[in-house]
Design a protein around this ligand. Structure first.
Ligand code: AMP
Ligand code: GLY
Length: 425
């Protein structure tokens, strides 16, 4: 079968690597791809925002499955346009993708389906928001409703900080994403991410992970897209995972289906493990980046068959997903300046040496400049290794990081620290 993979980051390199291992794959095409993805796929010049061009490409190249990596094309309705033309696609339609595209949509769904989450109110004006602020204790969480690349969330410790956050959102700091705002109760606990495949009816757990969103060691500094992750996140015990499925994932899937907008794809639930059990922080409508890299490293199966079963509504026929018991851990090497303006063009060497240690290096933001590999984005490489414990996986990943020569890059040195500390106890 021919497959088209959309996206060009580390998540998509990990997906391409696994898709390429499937015996049923004939040709893998990718757009825009990157030099790492090019090791497994034919890169094509296609703009995911041009739905007609994507559909035409699929018909001309007999594409049997489109895998949509990032959220923007999903929220934009690309999956709908492919499905209308009979092209199987992994990823939800526009309406259910609102789980990621609109924080207010998700909060309202939680209310209708009685899903545990933080108390909230949706507001569309600064005055309305200020009036509603009195109903919340401090700290209060303030979120731009729409897609804001992970940056539209402010945790205000004081009323003045809250007022400043509202001021910036309603004066357009996040563009259209901030025209509507959600105020939320602050929840305390440890965070874990949980992934589940669904075709709108069947649900298949796809493992857990823990991301590291802050740029600096010890979880300091500004938020990023994620500086590293490991899987599994053992804080999400089998009992808590089952509770999350029963109280969060199952009611989400069933309510969306009952309301005529079945969700097909991967549900990425950001969970807060509170004293009262798992509560939903947010949903994403795609695999996490870099969480996908550690999930794919652990995944032991035919990814083409699995994603096709989701796309065709035949997930109930699939056995459970098999994930290696070993921990996978990935360290993001970023370009200096990230998450602000990253320095482009810095040379990268030593990937082969890093992989000789047994690690796998996924390309996130690289480019080939006349035969030299250079940085071409904020997050540049995802250095991924496995081990019998988080500590062992961490040591292996940093041994590989140290084999890479990327003078304009940097990384956190403590990915997995919470679990490493627990293991040391
Ligand atoms: P989100 O983009 O919704 O995942 O939010 C980004 C980060 O903000 C989360 O990973 C949490 O660390 C934090 N956060 C969001 N909502 C809440 C909440 N209601 N209570 C506590 N922390 C939150
Ligand atoms: N690593 C966070 C995300 O993919 O949204």
């Amino acid at each position: 079968m021919n497959i088209l993979l959309l996206g060009g980051g580390g998540r998509e390199h990990a997906l391409a690597w696994k898709l390429a291992q499937s015996p049923s794959l004939k040709t893998l095409y990718a757009a825009p791809g990157n030099p790492g993805i090019a090791q497994h796929a034919t890169l094509v010049d296609l703009d995911a925002a041009d739905h007609r061009a994507v559909v035409d490409f699929c018909i001309r190249h007999s594409i049997g499955l489109v895998v949509i990596g990032p959220e923007a094309p999903l929220v934009d309705g690309l999956a709908d346009n492919l499905r209308i033309m009979g092209v199987p696609v992994f990823g939800p339609n526009k309406k259910p993708a609102q789980l990621e595209g609109s924080k207010g949509f998700t909060k309202d769904l939680c209310k209708r389906a009685n899903i545990p989450t933080a108390a909230y109110v949706r507001v569309t004006s600064k005055d309305g928001a200020i009036a509603a602020l009195d109903d919340f204790a401090l700290p209060v969480v303030i979120k731009a409703d729409g897609l804001a690349a992970g940056k539209g969330v402010i945790i205000a410790e004081t009323r003045d900080e809250a007022l400043a956050a509202l001021d910036s959102m309603f004066s357009g700091a996040f563009g259209a994403a901030g025209e509507e705002v959600v105020l939320e109760e602050f929840m305390t606990g440890e965070e874990a991410s949980f992934f589940a495949l669904t075709d709108g009816s069947a649900i298949l757990p796809f493992g857990s992970a823990q991301d590291h969103k802050r740029v600096g060691d010890g979880d300091t500094g500004p938020n990023t897209g994620g500086m590293g992750a490991y899987s599994p996140a053992r804080v999400l015990t089998p009992a808590l995972e089952q509770q999350a499925i029963d109280t969060i994932i199952r009611p989400t899937v069933d309510t969306l289906a009952a309301e005529g907008m079945p969700y097909s794809g991967v549900l990425y639930a950001g969970l807060m493990l509170t004293d009262a059990g798992p509560r939903l922080i947010e949903y994403n409508a795609r695999f996490g980046d870099p969480e996908c890299q550690v999930l794919m490293t652990r995944f032991d199966g035919d990814l083409v068959a699995l994603l096709l079963a989701v796309a065709q509504g035949k997930l109930a026929d699939q056995g459970p997903v098999t994930l290696a018991d070993r921990t996978a851990l990935t360290v993001v090497m970023a370009a200096s300046g990230y998450p602000g303006t990253p320095e482009k063009g810095g040379s990268i060497a030593g990937i082969e040496a890093a992989e000789q240690t047994g690690a796998k290096v996924f390309h996130a933001g690289t480019a080939d400049k006349g035969g030299t590999l250079v940085a071409n984005g904020g997050r540049v490489l995802n250095v991924t290794a496995t081990g019998d414990s988080v500590g062992a996986a961490q040591a292996a990943a940093y041994a590989a990081v140290d084999a890479i020569d990327f003078p304009t890059g940097f990384c956190r040195r403590d990915i997995g620290w919470r679990e490493v500390e627990r293991e040391a106890r």
